[in-house]
Design a binder for this molecule. Structure first.
Ligand code: SF4
Length: 362
């Protein structure tokens, strides 16, 4: 454990020199613009660096400033976000951009406490922006940093518990560099991301073996302590893709359920995987579809994993003659190919349209 001022200085010196030699040249590390750092942090909450980088580039290109993002159409933002999942983050991002423009004249507030009052900014993101952009001496503790600290200092507190936040923050406040908090935070995060990795870290090249608790007691596999997550819920979605000529029937998802604001097809949820649409004898819409359309089963069952849900998804493609009158259920409307293309959609819906060749003529 680090117990005095000189050890703190020595630790920071070693950490910084490790960082300068080893860090990846990530785009958002080359700026102190809080808007861009914020974008990168929100995107990286969703995905890994390699997958997140093109999204970051796309957002910076389409919305170079917070004013551009604030003025954007939410549907376009969701479309650019498509594939990252957890779409409420994109909506919160849009809301926050408008808040910064309207309430702060387009300038991000400069302290973690003010930043954490903005929608969608947790303590970690607020601290990261405050230190990277404004040099505030405040530790930014993400999953990587929890791991590094738990191993270095032998902390056995469950990192998902309420106590952990306080305990790790107190300790981090003692070891953070007061002269260069931005580099300290960047370095701790990067150290966890590429050196003190979750499985089998290569301790032989680590500059901290002399002081690392996990290394001394061979506990790298046991630290950090993390309680098991609640099991995922299985859900079974049955989609009917209604096509009339070049038009597809789609609807905006409005409820508080997953994918709010995105567009999908007529869907009925079942308690289990079903083999045929005949499973829904009471459903008038499906009765109408079976009577008036030519139905084609897409044999594949898609498995789509969300944070706490496992979606088992089936699709049936239904061709309806152009002169057949069919009453669409409320909320569904027909859209042409260009519109379908530009509507924000869950990645799964986009995938099935591509696999079935709907966009082939583009
Ligand atoms: S010695 Fe190993 S476990 Fe300890 S900080 Fe270094 S990489 Fe992580």
């Amino acid at each position: 454990m680090i117990s005095d001022h000189l050890q703190v200085i020595d630790f920071n010196k070693k950490l910084k020199s490790w960082y300068l030699e080893n860090h990846r040249p990530l785009l958002w590390r080359q700026t102190s613009d809080p808007y861009k750092i914020w974008l990168s942090e929100i995107i990286l909450q969703q995905t890994r660096v390699a997958q997140g980088t093109p999204y970051y580039e796309k957002f910076v290109l389409n919305y170079p400033t917070v004013f551009d993002l604030a003025a954007a159409d939410e549907r376009d933002i969701l479309r650019h976000w498509q594939g990252l999942g957890y779409y409420s983050r994109a909506r919160n991002m849009h809301f926050t951009a408008r808040q910064i423009v309207n309430d702060y004249g387009g300038k991000f507030p400069g302290t973690a406490i003010e930043l954490s009052r903005l929608k969608g900014l947790g303590n970690y993101t607020a601290a990261a922006i405050a230190s990277f952009s404004f040099g505030q001496v405040i530790p930014a503790i993400d999953g990587n940093v929890y791991r590094v600290m738990a191993r270095l200092f032998g902390i056995f507190t469950d990192i998902l518990s309420n106590d952990a936040k306080k305990e790790f923050t107190l300790l981090a406040a003692q070891i953070i560099s007061k002269e260069d908090p931005a580099t300290y935070n960047q370095a701790m995060i990067e150290f966890g991301a590429i050196q003190c990795v979750p499985v089998a870290p290569d301790c032989s090249v680590c500059p901290f073996t002399y002081m690392c608790y996990a290394y001394e007691f061979n506990l790298q596999g046991k630290l950090p302590v993390k309680a098991k997550k609640a099991a995922s819920r299985n859900r079974y979605f049955n989609y009917f893709i209604l096509q009339k000529g070049g038009l597809l029937a789609m609807q905006e998802r409005k409820s508080k359920d997953i994918w709010k604001g995105l567009y999908d097809f007529y869907m009925v949820e079942s308690d289990d995987l079903i083999a045929s649409p005949d499973y829904f004898p009471e459903n008038e819409t499906i009765g109408d579809i079976l009577e008036n359309g030519r139905i084609r089963e897409i044999p594949k069952v898609f498995l789509h994993l969300l944070t706490h849900q496992r979606l088992h998804v089936r699709f049936w493609w239904v061709d309806i003659d152009e002169n057949t009158n069919i009453t669409l259920p409320p909320g569904l409307n027909f859209y042409d190919l260009d519109e379908v293309h530009s509507l924000p959609k869950p990645i799964l819906v986009d995938t099935v349209l591509r696999e079935e060749g709907f966009f082939a003529g583009e």
